[in-house]
Design a protein. Structure first.
Length: 115
């Protein structure tokens, strides 16, 4: 595969991704009764109730991140492999809607999940 073919594939990928994001932005999350009788948009407090909370182990990992420990050090303290710690961090980032470890700590502190 030459550079022109790679560029063409990449441009098509970006086009698909952009169209998908535009369609997703137009779509409103809904909760239905199953029979199509009523559709209620999900907003604010209802959305927060539907989100999955971090597990106790994930909160332990978050506290160690806040203490400045690296994945390997956290694994040593909690008797976990480094890969398992990485998995917990990925889940935390998703559940807290955080962009980074530092952002996850900030969200955790703001929500009172960690000290």
């Amino acid at each position: 595969m030459d550079a022109a073919q790679r560029k063409d594939i990449l441009e098509r990928y970006h086009g698909h991704a952009r169209r998908f994001e535009e369609a997703a932005a137009r779509r409103k999350p809904v909760v239905g009764t199953g029979d199509g009788a009523e559709v209620i948009p999900i907003t604010g407090a209802v959305r927060q109730q539907l989100e999955v909370a971090p597990t106790a182990r994930e909160l332990e990992v978050l506290q160690h991140i806040a203490d400045g420990l690296a994945n390997r050090e956290i694994g040593g303290k909690l008797y976990l492999s480094e890969e398992t710690v990485k998995s917990h961090v990925r889940h935390l980032l998703a559940k807290l809607h955080a962009r980074s470890r530092a952002h996850a700590v900030a969200v955790g502190l703001r929500r009172g999940l960690i000290d």
